[in-house]
Design a protein around this ligand. Structure first.
Ligand code: COA
Length: 260
């Protein structure tokens, strides 16, 4: 893997770990983090050994404390729009063909929450805090917050988070369905890796098609979604892993999926 300035990347078996590494700035998402994060995801995408990616923040305190506010100064509407329409981490994670898990170790604010929302699963520490605080800066979410948060937790709860900009704790985020699981801080990493490794054992093409189908659910109507699902279901029947999965079941053994 390449070396980066604002992130670190490592492979732990079949799990790729991308850590935003600006602890002195609470891992704020600056342009360089987006650029390097997108490049690292490209590396993980091409690497067949990597079956699942975990994204987290360095240090004890923060997952990601939002967009880098210092970079907002001097931005015009045109340059800001271009930045957010370009290759962002939000878009790269959203269209990433393998499952992506947000391991939320602390502050999960603004663009940090939006990045977590673009991930497929969100696992939080009891110490994590969540917010869309843009309103307190006189702006609004621009990395998918108004859209993905609303689809995930419903309009009433999303509206309250976005209009008030207050922080909610991990237990509330869990109750809202914003995060899948909450663990004590000292167990977060082990539990997240356990989950990632469990997913990493499954058939990669089936995982990719499942992700595509589920994501399509909030982007289509029911009839279109059901048609897409049947098409993807048919495609998965062309894989060697489908044969392996079915044979292993009938032979009462554990399947060995190869991603073909
Ligand atoms: N962008 C740029 N820098 C940020 C940042 C952000 N989103 N969030 C934190 N930082 C920086 C701080 O400026 C500070 O830098 P400094 O040491 O050079 O002054 C450093 O990270 C530590 O943050 P600090 O505010 O001192 O920590 P805290 O524990 O007192 O407060 C927060 C933590 C998260 C409550 C506070 O940092 C905060 O409100 N951050 C902004 C959150 C936000 O609005 N994000 C959405 C952006 S659209």
């Amino acid at each position: 893997m390449s070396n980066y300035e604002t992130i670190t990347v490592e492979k732990r078996g079949r799990v790729g770990v991308l850590t935003i590494n600006r602890p002195d700035k609470l891992n704020a998402l600056g342009a360089k983090v987006h650029e390097e994060g997108v490049a690292a995801l490209e590396e993980f995408k091409k690497d067949d050994e990597v079956r699942v990616v975990v994204i987290t923040g360095s240090g004890e305190k923060s997952f990601i404390a939002g967009a880098d506010i210092s970079e907002f100064e001097g931005k015009t509407p045109v340059t800001q729009r271009a930045t957010f329409n370009e290759k962002t981490l939000f878009n790269s994670v959203d269209s990433f063909p393998k499952p992506v898990i947000a391991m939320i170790n602390g502050f999960c604010l603004g663009g940090g929450n939006e990045l977590a929302l673009a991930c497929d699963l969100r696992i939080a520490s009891e110490k994590a805090r969540f917010s869309q605080p843009e309103i307190n800066l006189g702006i609004m979410p621009g990395g998918g917050g108004t859209q993905r948060l609303t689809r995930l937790i419903g309009e009433g709860r999303a509206m309250e988070m976005i209009l008030l900009g207050d922080m909610i704790d991990a237990e509330t985020a869990h109750r809202f369905g914003l995060v899948n699981h909450v663990f004590p801080a000292d167990q977060l990493e082990a539990e997240t890796m356990k989950l990632a490794e469990k997913i990493a054992e499954k058939a990669p093409i089936a995982l990719q098609l499942c992700k595509e189908a589920v994501k399509f659910a909030s982007r289509s109507n029911l009839d279109e979604g059901l048609r897409r699902e049947v098409d993807l279901f048919a495609i998965v029947f062309s894989t060697e892993d489908k044969q392996e999965g079915v044979s292993a079941f009938l032979e009462k053994r554990k399947p060995e999926f190869k991603g073909r």
